[in-house]
Design a protein around this ligand. Structure first.
Ligand code: GLN
Length: 537
């Protein structure tokens, strides 16, 4: 089958759930028996999304192959339940860097390099690479930002060209817009949507479908009006009212007939009937009141919850399985250092310290780990959270504040977390992180092995520092168990405390592998411990 492309553009404003919409539509098509994948094109100039501030872009989402990507790829993986690869995300910066590198090599034989066709050709090449690499039959392509952004013009031009390159039946354009609500008259306005579609048309793209996002009920009259003014079929105007239940979005779109409409438009027939049983069961669980458990998430980007998107989702998935509602207490680690925010920590029945880089707020996180250790509060440390759990434990053993990670104190006499010897030279030259999937052998009888129920697992990494093997003996003699180790025995992947109900740290990021219907075993085990502490059966 020729690969079909569904393009998602945004109108009016950003942050209205374009990524979730694309991801959910991916699910609709997968449910019909197609091999689906998704790609995000980011129009900003940065070459490496991995170095961008979580304050501006939310979390960096890591794939199996180690690509550091936009958080929308997390939505795609969770909704479509597939593993994406590095070709599924690229930026303007990467496109320009590639074209300029070719020019420097003389590949263009002295020709004039222009946005059209050189930049647009490179964009199209990267879009078409996805189906080649993954074998996907349907590729969803989301363009970051909104129509009208200067940076996104070459991307839109490339999408426009694709329709004439590969044909109308192989290209579908979906525009996701926002309907503002006017309080004084209590009405929704379609004018901004009309303008944004007009702008899209001026670029040469006529949308096939409009998803109208709103916080308020969108009536049929309004949909008809959008259809008329924006020249799309009535059936192709899809109202999408904000739902507090993220995983309901595919069901809403299914009920609106989106899956069938898109297949028809692409000239395809479903290979199987969609089976929504497990999703419906999930939504029912969300709808039912469940006992609440409080988890304190101690981080330094807590003002922006998107910075911990996958952690939050992984907690939700595990909570659904265990029949509890997780209430996250967002605790700023810098505040803890100033003696503030401890009320939230004390009220919580579990403490989670997620990943992070840089020294700001480190002592606050260490204090949270110490509190969890001394008060037998369930603790789950992810990457940096694991490293700090080890530092805290070493500080207890040596009865000194000196043990540290060399990331924060280069001269510490007890570098319990350090670079591996063979890594040192490389890191000084600006390199390299351990990224992507690595194997981990579980130690029989450990809490982790019980949680996973299998001897060998693969988990995603994104870090430079490791537990220093020179301290393994002293740590284990004092009650730290290395329950997950790399198969060659060199790297500690999971540490847990023996005399504690649940104090576990993982050098990897388990949150990236959690799925709504398949929560991550360690998150489930953590919440089980939290639940027990709450006294919930
Ligand atoms: N900063 C730590 C390291 O580089 C932890 C990274 C993380 O939490 N992802 O090893």
């Amino acid at each position: 089958m020729t690969t079909k492309y569904i393009f998602f553009t945004g109108g009016v404003v950003s942050s209205v759930g374009k990524g979730v919409t694309a991801a959910a539509i991916g699910r609709l098509l997968k449910e019909r028996g197609f091999n689906v994948t998704a790609q995000k094109l980011d129009p900003y100039i940065n070459v490496d999304p991995g170095t961008m501030s979580p304050y501006q872009h939310g979390e960096v989402y890591v794939l199996d192959d180690g690509a550091e990507t936009d958080l929308d790829l997390g939505h795609y993986e969770r909704f479509i339940d597939t593993s994406l690869s590095k070709v599924c995300n690229f930026t303007s910066g990467q496109v320009y860097a590639e074209v300029i590198a070719k020019e420097r090599r003389g590949d263009y034989l002295g020709g004039t390099i222009q946005v059209i066709p050189h930049i647009t050709n490179e964009i199209k090449r990267r879009i078409m690479l996805v189906s080649k690499e993954t074998g996907a039959e349907l590729v969803l392509v989301e363009i970051g930002g909104t129509v009208g952004d200067i940076e996104s013009l070459p991307f839109l031009e490339a999408l426009r060209q694709m329709r004439s390159d590969i044909g109308r039946e192989n290209t579908i354009y979906i525009h996701v817009t926002w309907l503002p609500h006017i309080g004084a008259t209590d009405e929704l306005k379609t004018k901004p949507t009309q303008h944004s579609v007009a702008e899209l048309r001026s670029i040469g793209i006529a949308p096939d479908m409009i998803v109208a996002r709103s916080d308020h009920e969108v009536g049929p009259d309004l949909c008809d009006k959008i259809a008329l003014f924006c020249d799309v079929e009535k059936k192709a105007v899809v109202p999408m009212v904000t739902t507090p239940i993220l995983y309901e979005v595919p069901l809403i779109l299914e009920n609106a007939g989106v899956g069938d409409y898109l297949l028809k438009r692409a000239g395809l027939t479903a290979r199987q009937q969609p089976d929504w049983t497990s999703w419906q069961a999930l939504i029912e669980k969300v709808g039912h009141p469940r006992p609440k458990v409080k988890v304190a998430l101690v981080g330094k980007y807590v003002e922006l919850h998107d910075a911990y998107m996958s952690v939050r989702e992984a907690l939700n998935h595990a909570g659904l399985q265990l029949g509890v509602e997780v209430e996250i207490q967002w605790v700023h680690s810098v505040e803890l250092e100033k003696g503030r925010g401890w009320e939230e920590v004390r009220q919580a029945d579990g403490i989670l310290v997620p990943g992070g880089f840089g020294s700001r707020g480190i002592e606050g996180k260490l204090q949270a780990a110490k509190y969890a250790r001394e008060n037998s509060v369930p603790y789950f440390g992810l990457c940096l959270g694991m490293q700090l759990m080890v530092v805290d434990f070493a500080r207890k053993i040596y009865n000194s504040e000196a043990p540290n990670s060399t990331e924060f104190d280069r001269g510490t006499p007890y570098p319990v977390i350090d670079l591996m010897p063979d890594q040192r030279g490389v890191v000084d030259m600006g390199g390299t992180m351990r990224l992507g999937l690595y194997p981990c052998v579980l130690q029989e009888g450990s809490i982790s092995a019980k949680a996973y129920q299998q001897p060998l697992v693969h988990e995603r990494h994104r870090h430079r520092f490791e537990l220093n093997n020179a301290f393994r003996d002293i740590l284990s003699q004092n009650g730290m168990r290395f329950s997950g180790i790399s198969p060659d025995g060199r790297l500690v992947e999971i540490a847990e405390l023996v005399d504690h109900p649940f104090m576990i740290g993982t050098q990897f990021h388990p949150e990236f592998l959690s799925r709504p219907n398949r929560p991550h075993p360690l998150f489930v085990a953590f919440l089980q411990a939290v639940k027990q502490r709450e006294g919930i059966k």
